[in-house]
Design a protein around this ligand. Structure first.
Ligand SMILES: Cc1cc2nc3c(=O)[nH]c(=O)nc-3n(C[C@H](O)[C@H](O)[C@H](O)COP(=O)(O)OP(=O)(O)OC[C@H]3O[C@@H](n4cnc5c(N)ncnc54)[C@H](O)[C@@H]3O)c2cc1C
Length: 378
C-alpha cells in the first residue's frame, strides 16, 4: 500500500507548483521539505518576464516593481538602453511568493511536511527515507530539491542595497558584462527609486568586493541591507529527466536559462508537462510513461537552450576590450530597434536568428575569432 499517489521532494516554487497541479487532478500528493519555513533564505533576484502569468499563478500583491527596459553596460561603461512600451518583467517578492505557492498546494489538498529532510531515495521501489528514520512511499516520486552539492553550476552573490543619494529610474534594470565573469554578468534590479538587488554570477568564486565596485559605480553612498548567495545550475540539453519511478524538475534538473540563470519560467513550464505525464503514468499504472515528460520537455526547449549555450560560448571568446567594442558597434549600427522588436528574456532564438540572418554577429566581433565563432554557430 502506497502512502501517496505522488511524493514531491522539495517545496521550492517548482515542487509546490507541480504538487498543486497534481492535487487539482485529484491525486493524493505528499510534499516534503527539509526547512522549517518554506522560502527562506532568499536566493533569487526575483526577476521574471511578464510570461510568468501564462505559466503559473502570480497574484499582484507579490509584484514589487514592473520593469520596462534594460541598460546594458560594457566593461568600460559604454551603455546601450533598451526600452519597451509594455511591462517586460516583474520584480517579485520571492520569499512570500514561494510561501504562497506552498499554501496554494496545501489548500488544494497537498499534505506538506516541513522539517522533513530526504536522506535516501529508492528510485526503483518508490521509497523515500525522511530524517534517516521514517519511510514514505509512492508509485511516482518527484525530485524538486534544487541545486545539489557536486552539481555543475555557477556561484551567485547578491546584496540588497539602499542608496542614500541616488534616485534610480525603477523602470530600468542594469546589466553589466565583464570578461572576468563571462558568461555570467552583474545585475542591478530596482525595487524602488533607492533600493535594488545587486548581484552577479560567475563560474569561479569571485570575492564580494567585485560586487562592491559595481555598486559604487552608481553612488558611493549606500547601505547594505541584506546579503545572499546561492548556486545556479549549468543547463544540459542532454540531461535525463527520470530515473525509475522518479522525475527530476527545476534546478535539480538544471532547467534554467543558460544566458540569464533564470529558472522560474522554465521550471513552471516543466511542471505542466510533468503533471500530464504523471497523470498518464498513474492512470495506466505504468511508471515507464515518465519518459514522456523527458521527451516532451527536451522537444520543446532544446533548440532554445542550445542557442543560448552557443551565445554563452561566443561571449566567453571576447575580452573586455572586445565587449566594449561590441556595445559601441551596436550603438553605431543602431541595433536597438532590432533588439526591441525581436528581444525576449525567455525565448532568445528569434533575436539570435535575426542577428545571424543579417550577419550581425560576425560584424560585432574581431575578425580574428570569426572562424571560432562560425564553428559555434554551424
Ligand atoms: C542569486 C540567485 C538569483 C536568481 N535570480 C533569479 C531570477 O531573477 N529569476 C529567476 O527566474 N530565477 C532566478 N534564480 C534561479 C531560481 O531561484 C531557481 O531556478 C528556482 O529557485 C528553482 O526552484 P526549485 O523549486 O527548482 O528549487 P529551489 O528553489 O532550490 O527549491 C528546492 C527546495 O527543496 C528543498 N530541499 C533541498 N534538499 C532537500 C532535502 N534533502 N529534503 C527535503 N527538501 C529539500 C529546499 O529546502 C528548497 O525548499 C536565481 C538563483 C540565484 C542563486
Amino acid at each position: 500500500m502506497w502512502d501517496y499517489d505522488v511524493l514531491v521532494m522539495g517545496a521550492g516554487p517548482i515542487g509546490s507548483t507541480l504538487a498543486r497541479l497534481l492535487a487539482e487532478k485529484g491525486f493524493k500528493v505528499g510534499l516534503v521539505e527539509k526547512k522549517k519555513i518554506v522560502g527562506l533564505p532568499l536566493q533569487c533576484a526575483g526577476l521574471v518576464s511578464w510570461k510568468i502569468k501564462k505559466v503559473n499563478i502570480l497574484p499582484d500583491e507579490f509584484i514589487i516593481n514592473r520593469i520596462k527596459g534594460t541598460i546594458i553596460h560594457s566593461p568600460s561603461d559604454h551603455t546601450l538602453k533598451i526600452s519597451k512600451d509594455d511591462v517586460e518583467a516583474y520584480v517579485i517578492d520571492r520569499v512570500s511568493y514561494d510561501q504562497h505557492l506552498a499554501e496554494e498546494a496545501v489548500s488544494n489538498g497537498v499534505e506538506l511536511l516541513t522539517n522533513s529532510k530526504v536522506t535516501k531515495v529508492d528510485y526503483k521501489h518508490g521509497e523515500v527515507t525522511i530524517n534517516r528514520t521514517d519511510t514514505l512511499s509512492a508509485p511516482i516520486l518527484v525530485d524538486a530539491m534544487g541545486f545539489k552539492p557536486g552539481q555543475r553550476g555557477f556561484h551567485a552573490k547578491q546584496y540588497l542595497i539602499e542608496y542614500q543619494d541616488t534616485i534610480m529610474d525603477p523602470k530600468f534594470l542594469d546589466l553589466k558584462i565583464n570578461a572576468n565573469i563571462s558568461p555570467g554578468f552583474l545585475w542591478r534590479i530596482p525595487l524602488s527609486k533607492t533600493k535594488a538587488r545587486i548581484g552577479f554570477f560567475s563560474e569561479s568564486r569571485k570575492p564580494w568586493d567585485f560586487l562592491i565596485k559595481f555598486i559604487k559605480g552608481f553612488s558611493p553612498h549606500f547601505k547594505i541591507i541584506e546579503k545572499y548567495h546561492g548556486n545556479i545550475p549549468a543547463p544540459d540539453p542532454n540531461r535525463r529527466l527520470y530515473k525509475g519511478r522518479c522525475i527530476f524538475i527545476g534546478d535539480s534538473a538544471a532547467q534554467v536559462k543558460p544566458t540569464t540563470g533564470g529558472g522560474l519560467i522554465l521550471g513552471f513550464r516543466a511542471a505542466r508537462i510533468a503533471a500530464e505525464a504523471i497523470e498518464e503514468a498513474i492512470t495506466e499504472g505504468d511508471h515507464s510513461i515518465l519518459r514522456e515528460y523527458h521527451e516532451r520537455y527536451h522537444e520543446i526547449h532544446d533548440k532554445e537552450i542550445k542557442n543560448q549555450l552557443r551565445l554563452q560560448k561566443t561571449f566567453k571568446l571576447l575580452g573586455n576590450e572586445e565587449l566594449d567594442n561590441a556595445i559601441l558597434k551596436m550603438k553605431e549600427k543602431n541595433l536597438k530597434d532590432i533588439i526591441i522588436t525581436y528581444g525576449d528574456m525567455d525565448d532568445q532564438t528569434p533575436l539570435i536568428q535575426e542577428f545571424l540572418k543579417r550577419g550581425l554577429i560576425t560584424s560585432l566581433i574581431p575578425s580574428l575569432i570569426w572562424k571560432k565563432v562560425t564553428r559555434i554557430w554551424k
